[in-house]
Design a protein around this ligand. Structure first.
Ligand code: AMP
Ligand code: MG
Length: 361
């Protein structure tokens, strides 16, 4: 009887070891990738998930819906369905517009960057942005001689500038009110806000052990790879956008945002008019910066690493190297600038993450 029991225990042990081995094999994360468009840009997803193809595709589809919803319900100034559209349409009305918690939180963070950057980042730049209309021009083939880009006149700019100034955007508990003519434009933070929302979604997915999601030029790294190696994020060479200037090697959860004069622009007679405006002049920022990359660790800025990396990259582009480096440090972010002569400047903390590519050496 004793012998029989010993045999039985031994059998049970073997069976449980084998099933443990099999279950851990089936749980090893698999790499899934997808590419799609939303927010007027390319969204690429790379995730490691211990899920089958169908559920992994489902998760990636959920991510896309999250970005679409952000754009359509909250952030777009173009779509009538969005809160920002309604806030802008109600400009001049004293009682303002009731807004969601998401938008109120985003605007209050934007106000912090507006104040800290002395208005270099200003989300009320909409009236001037529409005058330049760079986004539309950048997507237009203007080789046809009939179509010529004409910059706005100084008078037109001065008139539109009357409506710019984040300090006149009144945000209270539940609503926001704008003075007449003011138009909000969250183009400088929309992708960053998307990264923050996507990160929350990813965290809820137990089957996902890590991933990298790119929303245009803004990138979220999350969790880890099965082999434990770091995430590599390329930084575009602003003088030759088909190549990389270098790579960031990041471990864990980070948000990376780049603002550059190569992203959206029109060139007339050798003069480049790009999409990042200096809110003090109303003209494309002229700070001798070609591109700025900001990285924010989620550990340092738990809920807003995406929003801050995006807002700060725009602010730093406008401020230039010296002031920009100070601003980034103030927010616990790391920055890398490429100036008009191709020289690279970084915060001290950035040096441990950045690797210059061989071609750029
Ligand atoms: P980004 O590419 O993130 O630097 O954002 C640029 C976009 O933000 C532009 O296309 C405008 O919609 C908007 N924008 C331009 N200049 C500014 C500025 N100085 N502050 C805030 N938003 C801006
Ligand atoms: Mg930005």
């Amino acid at each position: 009887m004793k012998k029989y029991l010993q045999k039985l225990i031994c059998m049970i042990c073997i069976i449980s070891m084998v099933s443990l081995l099999f279950s851990s094999c089936s749980r090893r994360p698999i790499l899934y990738q997808s590419m799609d468009t939303a927010m007027g840009t390319i969204i690429s997803q790379t995730i490691y998930a211990s899920a089958d193809e169908k559920s992994a595709q489902g998760i990636m589809q959920e991510m896309m819906s999250c970005i679409d919803e952000l754009e359509q319900k909250h952030l777009s100034w173009r779509l009538e369905t969005s809160e920002i559209y309604k806030v802008n349409a109600n400009a001049g009305e004293e009682q303002g517009t009731e807004i969601s918690d998401l938008l109120r939180d985003a605007l209050s963070q934007c106000l912090k960057v507006y104040a800290a950057s002395d208005g270099a980042f200003d989300f009320t730049v909409g009236s001037v942005g529409r005058l330049w209309n760079i986004d539309t021009w950048a997507n237009t083939s203007y080789t046809d001689e009939q179509i010529t880009f004409v910059p706005p006149t100084d008078e037109e700019l001065a008139a539109a500038m009357e409506y710019v100034g984040g300090d006149r955007c009144a945000l209270d508990g539940e609503s926001v009110a704008l003075p007449e003519g003011m138009q909000l434009d969250l183009g400088a933070v929309g992708k960053g806000i998307a990264l923050d929302e996507l990160r929350k979604l990813l965290q809820q997915q137990e089957e996902i052990s890590g991933g990298v999601i790119s929303v245009g030029g803004s990138i979220l790294t999350c969790g880890s790879k099965p082999d434990g190696s770091n995430w590599n994020v390329g930084i575009v060479n602003p003088f030759d956008t088909s190549t990389n200037l270098g790579t960031l090697s990041l471990s864990g959860d980070w948000c990376v945002s780049t603002s550059g004069d190569y992203e959206r622009y029109v060139e007339v007679d050798g003069v480049r008019f790009h999409h990042i405006l200096d809110p003090h002049t109303g003209k494309p920022a002229n700070s001798n910066v070609k591109s700025v990359t900001i990285i924010c660790s989620v550990e340092n800025i738990p809920n807003h690493a995406g929003l801050f990396s995006d807002a700060l990259s725009t602010a730093c582009f406008v401020l230039g190297v010296e002031e920009g480096l100070k601003l980034a440090e103030e927010f616990g972010a790391e920055a890398l600038f490429v100036d008009g002569q191709g020289k690279i400047f970084m915060t001290d903390g950035m040096e441990q993450y950045f690797y210059l590519s061989n071609e750029a050496k």
